[in-house]
Ligand binder design. Structure first.
Ligand SMILES: C[S@@+](CC[C@H](N)C(=O)[O-])C[C@H]1O[C@@H](n2cnc3c(N)ncnc32)[C@H](O)[C@@H]1O
Length: 398
């Protein structure tokens, strides 16, 4: 079934790259919805989807990946607490964009309360595309999987056991303002309010390139002059968007605005300029400047181990490299190759996608994704990757 027309509608309205969910998810869902509505033609269904708010929301709720849990990112939260405590001006305004069911903003609220940072020093707001997620976030009742990184003592202290899960104490629930919002819609944040810290974690990876740029346009607009953006580990925006550069310890994926004087353009869009240190930050700012890591030779070692057939060792070396260095397309592509050699197709595909996220022109990763798509008989993806490779070889953007 050719669902391109539906994919295009989703891409325009919510930025979703349907392939990021796997090749069969959208066709399967469209088939299900067509059967529920007794519709035979994809084009007829697409027209219904375009016109009906209820149908569109139904589909969005089925497509969004809502996986999240408390204290995701481990030491990130104590680190942020200290930054907020030492911030030059208060209150520090924080936005959790794409907050899912609320675990992310609640984790920060819990950490701040637990660390005794006065309530007047911070404000927390959270948005998500999914109405159901926002409803669940407000209700604040969570199942066991939300607590995979939560100390039991914390759960005992702040949650009450109910028939359907653990309910967060009302005193903490009242600390976060939730509302529905689309990061592709500039009006999701009303007025000229600015945030000093914006979480945008584990959502950019599901968006197509244009939507990522648009989302980051809005994030930049909502960010205060010396604000910080926090992304997921597979979404280092400094690689794909020249407006941002790393700040603070690398493992936390924090970014600040790159000064305009350091931005350059590539293929008509901003891209990463060579890193320079700026002394323009006010002395009162608590921000820790980024320290460039030395070039790791672990990647070279991992490649030669892989070439020698020592796949187990190569895998470990490559992962060590990725845990200590800034993520790169080269590292993810090599990890993908190692997984491929180990017959771990899903893992390989995920790595090549990450490599492409970091560098949309990474030819080797495109080649391998094409091969994987061919192997699994996914004709639609084969065509897509072939097109991208052809454009690449003609010197165009992929
Ligand atoms: C995987 S969850 C991430 C939750 C949390 N940020 C984390 O890292 O644990 C992705 C969330 O992004 C939301 N989302 C997807 N597209 C969005 C959009 N265009 N605007 C706002 N939220 C969106 C989904 O509804 C989902 O709740």
């Amino acid at each position: 079934m050719n669902v391109a027309i539906v994919a295009e509608l989703l891409r325009r309205r919510i930025g979703l790259d349907p392939l990021s969910l796997g090749a069969n998810v959208l066709p399967h869902l469209v088939a299900q919805r067509m059967s529920a509505l007794r519709v035979d033609e994809v084009s007829v269904y697409a027209a219904i989807l375009a016109d009906s708010v209820a149908e569109f929301e139904e589909v969005v709720e089925k497509l969004v990946v809502s996986e999240t849990w408390f204290f995701r990112g481990g030491k990130l939260f104590p680190y942020l607490v200290e930054r907020i405590r030492r911030a030059a001006t208060h209150p520090v305004r924080i936005l959790s964009a794409a907050c899912s069911t609320g675990e992310e903003p609640y984790s920060l609220a819990l950490s701040l309360v637990e660390s005794g940072v006065p309530r007047e020093q911070w404000e927390l707001e959270a948005i998500d595309l999914s109405a159901r997620n926002i409803e669940r976030a407000r209700r604040g009742c969570f199942g066991n999987s939300s607590f995979r990184e939560t100390p039991l003592s914390m759960r005992r202290k702040y949650f009450h056991e109910k028939a359907d899960g653990w309910e967060l104490d009302e005193s903490i629930r009242n600390l976060v303002r939730f509302h529905r919002g689309n990061i592709l819609d500039a009006d999701s944040i009303a007025g000229a309010r600015k945030f000093d810290l914006i979480f945008i974690r584990n959502v950019l990876i599901y968006l197509c390139a244009e939507a990522r740029t648009l989302a980051l346009d809005h994030i930049e607009r909502w960010l205060s002059a010396d604000g910080v953006v926090c992304t997921g580990h597979a979404e280092p925006i400094n690689f794909t968007d020249g407006r941002f550069r790393t700040v603070g310890p690398h493992e936390f994926f924090l970014f600040e605005r790159r000064p305009v004087s350091e931005r350059t353009t590539r293929r008509g869009r901003v891209s990463v300029a060579p890193r320079r240190r700026s002394n323009s930050r006010p002395a009162s700012s608590p921000r820790v400047p980024a320290t460039p890591l030395p070039e790791s030779d672990l990647l070279i070692r991992a490649r030669s181990e892989a070439n020698a057939g020592a796949l187990e060792t190569a895998l470990a070396t490559c992962k060590t490299h990725l845990s200590t260095a800034e993520p790169s397309a080269a590292a993810y592509s090599l990890l993908g190759l190692i997984h491929r050699a180990r017959q771990e197709k899903a893992e390989a595909e995920a790595c090549f996608r990450k490599a492409l996220y970091l560098d949309p022109l990474h030819e080797e990763s495109l080649m391998h994704l094409l091969l994987l798509a061919q192997e699994s008989g996914d004709g639609q993806s084969v065509g897509r990757y072939q097109g991208r490779l052809a454009r690449l070889s003609q010197g165009g953007a992929s």
